[in-house]
Design a protein around this ligand. Structure first.
Ligand SMILES: NC(=O)c1ccc[n+]([C@@H]2O[C@H](COP(=O)([O-])OP(=O)(O)OC[C@H]3O[C@@H](n4cnc5c(N)ncnc54)[C@H](O)[C@@H]3O)[C@@H](O)[C@H]2O)c1
Length: 366
């Protein structure tokens, strides 16, 4: 096969991996390719100081390989801080599979992906993320023990999404308490963007509490289904312009960006999506300046990792619920710390997480 020499030179100049903006001293990045099944995957291992790198696998039809790599790098870094702030002995990792989960995901492809995970000997442990189901993790389990989020019937903790939603609900209540003086969401207008596994479960908690819920998604049939099931309103306009009290991003990341940030009218942002701030420095600061309380994503969406960690540590549902409910206290503490130190809520959370990693690193050296 003829190689395009010019393109290769261009690639070298751009420092395609270590030079990526989202590369943050990741320990290892693994590119997986299998011609027979069509698997193209990237596993990002950001940091393993606290333990093996655990994080889900996302299957998405990325516009380019650069987007996929960027996502793997950003998501795996986020996992490091998520586990650290939640007090779990886990490092940060994440995998992305390039392709359409609806049409290109096959048992053979998932099994092959599992073999790649296995080749890392437990340094990376996978789980489900966007485009994945518990059944996919069951297939991965056929070829490697380094997978969590498998079915309860197979000895796993099951789908982590309901617990993730419960944690987001706790974080949202804490943010409401801080901003509005009460954590009662009765009568509060909440827009949930993305009503997939987590978004739908969040809608259920919100409607049970009497919140006025608006939903937005790119999938019209999901909108109809969830609207009919919970009696909530489909928001047809651009969600960033919505006149609501709380915005809950539960689709993909980077929805808080230069295009949207000045339009957001909500006073609280609390949702499940990973990496909601396109730029954690500038966009975090802009939210702070605008008086919008941002509940850090990696802090309040940790319910899922708490749930899968239970599989590794062998604790039960009660402990999962207890740890997830604690997201309320941690969120409130972080919001107050950020105010006291005049830093963004995102940085306040990062600081605490980084401190735990640094302490452990020192202990490991002694
Ligand atoms: N599942 C978990 O336990 C878990 C844990 C932590 C974080 N998260 C994060 O939460 C988010 C949602 O996860 P999920 O498991 O519910 O995923 P999912 O695939 O089940 O749902 C995502 C939903 O978002 C919709 N969507 C996609 N792009 C959109 C857009 N531009 N505008 C509006 N809607 C859009 C999709 O149609 C789908 O309904 C993801 O960012 C994921 O990384 C999930």
């Amino acid at each position: 096969m003829q190689v395009d020499v010019l393109a290769a030179d261009d690639l070298k100049k751009t420092a395609p991996v270590f030079g990526q903006l989202s590369f943050d001293n990741h320990e290892q990045v693994v590119f997986c390719n299998d011609k027979d099944t069509g698997l193209k995957a990237i596993i990002g291992i950001h940091n393993t100081v606290l333990g093996p790198a655990l994080g889900g696998t996302r299957m998405w039809n990325y516009n380019s390989e650069w987007d996929a790599l960027n996502d793997a790098l950003r998501l795996s870094r986020g996992m490091t801080f998520k586990s650290a702030i939640t007090g779990l002995n886990l490092g940060g990792g994440k995998a992305v599979i390039i392709g359409d989960a609806k049409t290109q995901k096959t048992p053979e492809l998932m099994r092959k992906f599992g073999e790649f995970v296995h080749s890392l000997s437990g340094k990376y442990i996978t789980a489900e993320d966007v485009g994945m189901d518990t059944e996919d993790m069951d297939i991965v389990r056929e070829v490697t023990p380094y997978v969590t989020g498998i079915s309860e019937s197979k000895g796993g903790a099951g789908n982590p999404s309901p617990i993730t939603a419960y944690g987001v609900f706790m974080g949202m209540k804490a943010a409401a308490k801080y901003k509005f003086g009460s954590d009662d969401l009765d009568g509060k207008k909440v827009l949930v963007q993305g009503i997939g596994h987590v978004g739908e479960a969040l809608v259920e908690h919100l409607t049970n509490e009497g919140a006025i819920v608006f939903i937005s998604d790119i999938n019209p049939s999901r909108l109809e289904e969830v609207s009919a099931k919970y009696g909530v309103t489909i928001y047809t306009e651009d969600p960033y312009d919505a006149e609501v009290d709380i915005y809950a991003p539960c689709a993909l990341g980077a929805t808080i960006n230069n295009e949207t940030i000045h339009r957001i009218k909500a006073k609280v942002i609390a949702g499940a999506a990973n990496n909601q701030l396109q730029n954690e420095n500038t966009h975090g600061l802009l939210l702070q300046e605008r008086g919008i309380v941002y509940a850090p994503d990696f802090l309040i969406n940790a319910g899922g990792i708490i749930n899968v960690y239970a599989e590794l540590e062998g604790y039960g549902k009660q402990e999962i619920i207890r740890k997830t409910e604690n997201i309320y206290n941690t969120t409130l503490e972080i919001l107050k710390t950020a105010e006291a130190q005049a830093i963004t809520t995102h940085h306040a959370a990062l600081k605490i997480a980084q401190q735990r990693i640094d302490d452990r690193k020192r202990e490991n050296l002694n």
